[in-house]
Design a binder for this molecule. Structure first.
Ligand SMILES: C=C(O[C@@H]1C=C(C(=O)O)C=C[C@H]1O)C(=O)O
Length: 364
């Protein structure tokens, strides 16, 4: 390509950037106007709701439907995600707690869902994220709930039994693990590998094949593992990209997860109910009396009404020995008449039924 051609293309890009700049500013002014309208239409004592996840899901879906390339739908939606995040921050910046410390996959999930224009707050444990949300110290919390290789995150399920809040969204993240070392690590003298127990489990076969005799040490998070390695010469950590760059570690081996499709699903918890979008999911907790056929009775109304169950999980109920609660996710919104009917049927049979929330299916 000649210098001349390159120059002409750059002039075109500059002109386009000016237009984009103007359009983004117009959009931001519109969002400011939306905030003004929201404030003006409040009833006495009513608090404004600036963040509207159902609307954001619609915006992203529209972008993906209309995108003609060459950027992929995911890439385009990611860009719009950030634009919306900045527009919302003009209205009112969101405060989001997540399972920390900085550099965890949960932080990456929070950024994927809300964009980067939020005030984020790392918490030391899942239960603390719940407490922060229930106390109203933040608008939302982000916690992991299940991994495609390792299954349920029990701390999260148990926290739902103890706290009253609403599930407002879900986000799925592809999880890639790397074996990370620090500047001082002697690669032929590694005697211990740190990571979170879930990550060690997700890389079990790889570790068996490559480091069968090295001690595997479970720590509170992958970011904590990365932090420890920085100061030691005989250890390595398993963690993701964010932790690697945060602590300046090198990748000794990349993408070492046993399953190439390894993904984790996270939930967004808050205090605000989300209206239907037409493409929603609902999460409930049900406890049934301990008698033959109880689980069957619970599932029949879903089957009879053709409702798609996306997950069912069992946990000890904590209110009696050998009694259980079921965590069920299904497609639909609890305000849909069909779903309402099903929930009524279930509540007639159940000892207790709690709707944890209805929320838009993950878009990104
Ligand atoms: C602009 C609004 O407020 C927020 C910002 C949005 C946006 O930038 O598109 C969308 C939904 C809200 O989270 C709105 O409610 O429409």
């Amino acid at each position: 390509m000649s210098e001349q051609e390159l120059k002409a293309l750059r002039v075109r890009i500059d002109t386009l950037d000016e237009k984009i700049l103007e359009l983004i500013s117009d959009r931001a002014r519109c969002a400011e106007e939306v905030a003004r309208v929201k404030m003006a239409s409040l009833a006495e004592g009513e608090k404004p709701v600036f963040y509207r996840p159902e609307r954001e899901a619609q915006v992203l879906k529209r972008v993906m439907e209309r995108n003609k390339g060459p950027l992929s739908n995911e890439e385009m939606a990611r860009l719009f995600r950030e634009v919306m995040s900045s527009c919302l921050a003009l209205e009112n910046p969101l405060h989001v707690a997540y399972l920390g410390p900085e550099g965890t996959f949960t932080q990456a999930a929070a950024m994927k869902h809300f964009g980067h224009a939020v005030v984020s707050k790392p918490m030391a444990a899942i239960d603390e994220v719940f407490r922060e949300v229930v106390a109203g110290a933040v608008n939302f919390g982000v916690v992991p709930v299940e991994n495609s290789t390792e299954g349920a995150v029990n701390h999260t399920l148990d926290s739902f039994l103890e706290h009253d809040m609403v599930i407002c969204g879900e986000v799925e993240l592809r999880i890639h693990h790397h074996l990370l070392i620090g500047e001082n690590t002697k690669t032929d003298a590694i005697t211990r590998i740190y990571s979170h127990a879930q990550s060690l489990a997700q890389c079990r076969k790889w570790l068996d094949a490559h480091y069968p005799n090295v001690e595997r040490i479970a720590v509170s998070s992958n970011a904590e593992a990365a932090k420890r390695v920085k100061g030691e010469w005989n250890s390595a950590a398993i963690a993701g990209d964010m932790a690697a760059s945060l602590y300046g570690l090198q990748r000794l081996a990349e993408k070492i997860e046993d399953r190439p499709d390894n993904s984790t699903r996270f939930l967004i918890i808050g205090n605000q109910e989300v209206p239907p979008t037409g493409d929603d999911k609902t999460s409930i907790i049900v406890s049934m009396s301990n008698r033959p056929g109880a689980l069957h009775e619970l599932l029949v109304p879903f089957h009879d009404n053709g409702i798609d169950l996306t997950r069912i999980e069992t946990r000890p109920s904590r209110s009696g020995k050998w009694t259980y609660v079921f965590f069920i996710d299904f497609v639909g919104h609890h305000r849909d008449p069909l779903i309402k009917g099903v929930l009524e049927k279930i509540s007639q049979e159940a000892v207790a039924l709690k709707v944890l929330g209805s929320y838009p299916k993950a878009v990104l």
